[in-house]
Design a protein around this ligand. Structure first.
Ligand SMILES: Cc1cc2nc3c(=O)[nH]c(=O)nc-3n(C[C@H](O)[C@H](O)[C@H](O)COP(=O)(O)OP(=O)(O)OC[C@H]3O[C@@H](n4cnc5c(N)ncnc54)[C@H](O)[C@@H]3O)c2cc1C
Length: 385
């Protein structure tokens, strides 16, 4: 029986999924960054045993978080509500404290939710400002619902008033960093902790810091899979692949290499990785080193932005190696990018177009069409966020 089959023995639909997340035990977690790093990136290993769930390299795992106790306490203080009072959510009775921990997003301030709050408060000025998308964007940046309630106090509101507008606490997705064939019954993640200071309080990303700070080894959290058919390895193992994954973008490429080794794929593998400093931020370095030594990885190009005066990024390394990169693509290589959508993925996309134009002898518009066609044929996969 294959590893995948071992986890899905039943012919019926799996009992666990989005509407019924599997309570998965955390097996192990550790910080991948070295001492002195500005980053905090955790490797987390999660058990799927008993779930009947399976995944493929390139898929993501949704993790259902809990709000941190300090955020819940700050919210109760800002609203003046009693956390021990009993409330009913989805026909279940619980304390308000529990409801705020498990059921509502106390962090993300959106136009829709802020508008509902302005109406509830009868605050015309705030309501008018909510009509201006740019104003809301600027106002919401760095603020959470503790900041909003402090600024526009909610005298007279009861717990149910807050339930009427706060968004349900949603699961967050994480690119899977393991192959099920290499780690039967497990799924691994690479999670960057979101932390910053804003409006006088230390802010923490709900789910990333739930995983790094609150999910203890042996403890469980709800998980389910999100399958991504547009981010898959070539079916033909002899096809070469090029992977660009700086920072946490490295996650699916650990899964890809493990999968290629497990399936005996003969195609060449080229990795571009980058972060701030090589000494502290080269994620999974020992694994890449041993794959290189064993001939499972054929090229690694590194871009550590802050190890020299001029910032160097993965797209710069692509351009430096453009001739060879183009020769791989001409030979049918699949190209993948994972990580930051706001800048990196766009810069990598542009570098790919420029390389196609220069080395493929195409006009810019034809090069853009060529790259688009690669995407259409699923030869160019993007897992960006
Ligand atoms: C398909 C997919 C795959 C992903 N894979 C991974 C992965 O492998 N690893 C990984 O770590 N993440 C990954 N993510 C991102 C992940 O889903 C979460 O978005 C991330 O962990 C942050 O969630 P959070 O709950 O911790 O933060 P939230 O509580 O959701 O807060 C994030 C918000 O905080 C605000 N914010 C953040 N920084 C600042 C700042 N400096 N100043 C002001 N405001 C700020 C922004 O509004 C931001 O949207 C992936 C996302 C997708 C969609």
């Amino acid at each position: 029986m294959s590893d995948t089959e071992a986890l899905s023995q039943s012919d019926s639909e799996p009992a666990y999924g989005k509407s019924n997340p599997f309570p998965a035990p955390l097996l192990k977690k550790y910080n991948l960054n070295g001492e002195g790093s500005a980053k905090e990136t955790f490797h987390a290993e999660i058990s799927l045993v008993g779930s009947e769930l399976s995944y493929e390299a390139g898929d993501s795992l949704a993790v259902v978080p809990e709000n941190a106790p300090d955020l819940v306490a700050d919210f109760l203080q800002a609203t003046g509500l009693d956390g021990t009072q009993s409330v009913t959510i989805d026909e279940r009775s619980m304390t308000l404290q529990q409801a705020l921990r498990d059921k509502f997003d106390l962090r993300i301030v959106t136009k829709v939710v802020l508008t509902k709050y302005a109406k509830l408060r009868g605050n015309d000025e705030l309501l008018e400002n909510c009509g201006d998308r740019e104003w809301v964007k600027e106002y919401a940046w760095g603020r959470d619902w503790v900041d909003v309630v402090k600024e526009f106090p909610g005298e007279g509101l009861v717990a149910e008033d807050y339930f009427s507008f706060l968004r349900p606490l949603a699961a967050r997705l994480y690119s899977i960093a393991s192959s099920l064939k290499a780690h039967p019954g497990e799924v691994h993640l690479t999670v960057g902790a979101v932390r910053y200071e804003a409006f006088g309080r230390a802010k923490k990303g709900v789910c990333s810091t739930f995983i790094t700070d609150m999910w203890d080894e042996g403890g469980t959290a709800g998980v389910y899979f999100h399958h991504n058919k547009n981010f898959k390895l070539p079916k033909d193992g002899s096809v070469p692949i090029i992977m660009v994954g700086p920072g946490t973008g490295i996650a699916p490429f650990r899964a890809f290499i493990e999968e290629r080794i497990a399936t005996g794929a003969s195609g060449k593998n080229w990795l571009f990785f980058g972060d701030q400093h090589e000494a502290t931020d080269y994620l999974y370095q020992s694994e890449w080193d041993s794959y290189l030594a064993q001939g499972h990885l054929h090229r690694v190009d590194l871009a550590f932005s802050r190890d020299q005066e001029n910032k160097i990024y993965v797209q710069d390394r692509m351009r430096e190696n453009a001739a060879e990169l183009w020769s791989w693509i001409s030979d049918g290589a699949y190209f993948y990018v994972c990580g930051d959508a706001s800048r990196m993925a766009q810069d990598v996309h542009q570098a790919l177009i420029d390389i196609a134009a220069e080395y493929g002898g195409m006009e810019e518009s034809d090069a853009a069409a060529y790259v688009k066609q690669m995407q259409k044929e699923k030869r160019y996969g993007r897992d960006v966020y």
